[in-house]
Design a protein. Sequence first.
Length: 381
Amino acid sequence: MENRRLVMIPGPTPVIDSIQKQMGRPTAAFGDPDFVKDYKEVIADLKEMWGTEGEVFVIAGSGTIAMEMAIANTTKKGDNVLIISHGYFGDRFIDLCERKGIHVDVLSSEWGKIVPVSEIEKKLSEKTYQALTVTHVDTATGVCAPIEEIGKAVAKFEETLYIVDGVCATAAIPESVDKMGIDVLLTGSQKAFGVPPGLAIVWAGPKAMERRGVLGTIPEFYADFDKWLPIMNNPALYFATPAVNLVWAMKEAIRIIKEEGLENRYARHIKVAKAMQSALETIGLKVLAEPDCRAVTLSNLIYPKGLDDAEFRNIMLKEGVVVAGGLGPYKGKMFRLGHMGNTDTHELVAVMAAIERTLYKMGVNIELGKGVGVLQKGLLE
Ligand code: PMP
């Protein structure tokens, strides 16, 4: 008999039944008064829970359109943007900006490490940047950026807007838009919210909205804040068709987050990551990100010498667990495991046991149950 397939990649994450049910509801007309009320509630909750005096945009699209929206509404051709990159997704801003004729400077870290905040501050003082981008958790490296400290450095430069990519962090790691000095926070539905892929979410603080105003007409159409703002203020209006069932799924995800409490949710992610990472290290895997900048939403694990990536992931699949491969310089050398959102104890224990069985089948000298024991102890603390 085949094992059921658990998807434990760093997004999309497991979707729990009550959220899945919203995806299966008969789709309503986007002007349906009940749907309009639900959309309104989602927008209001996201604004309140992430603490901004500005605006929130919830539209159909993946995280990448949210990145595009952030840049398109705050910068123009000829502007300077400073990109802080801790991996593949940090680098994504380079092409995105250059296509728009924006001059970019990039501060990159070696994979697994962070760019020191002092270096960022020094670079900001060299010329005027209209915006700075940073990826809160780079999914390619599992590195978590110190967004609050970076925010303090950016705050010293009046002209520079602070853009944070929260795709692999939002709803799992604290991100208070106004309090942390973030001007634009962008994210997607498919990671720590535990909603299927397809919703892009962007928070824009007052300074970012002011900048949008100064820019006038921008080349982008679908990504324009000005096109969406009337709809966010009154979802009964139409600009482009909302993803009706995804909005319902997000409403249920927010209900679950409120029930758990945001602070408890953040604490749970820390506990799970600590337990999972020490269990994985116990059985001989190495976490790529250094301990002082290690994300709690996923773990990127370097194989012991001689272990074949394709074989590992194929056996894992037969054991019933899907994990993701490494990217860039770590392709074939690493696998990536998500442990964020509404991932529960059953799934965590099952994935750990599947990793042990896989390594055992590959001839690694491993004591079955050792990692599972460490994980369970950590989860019970
Ligand atoms: N930023 C980060 C940190 C991501 O992890 C991803 C997707 N893995 C993206 C941006 C792009 O999001 P999407 O694939 O939903 O377009």
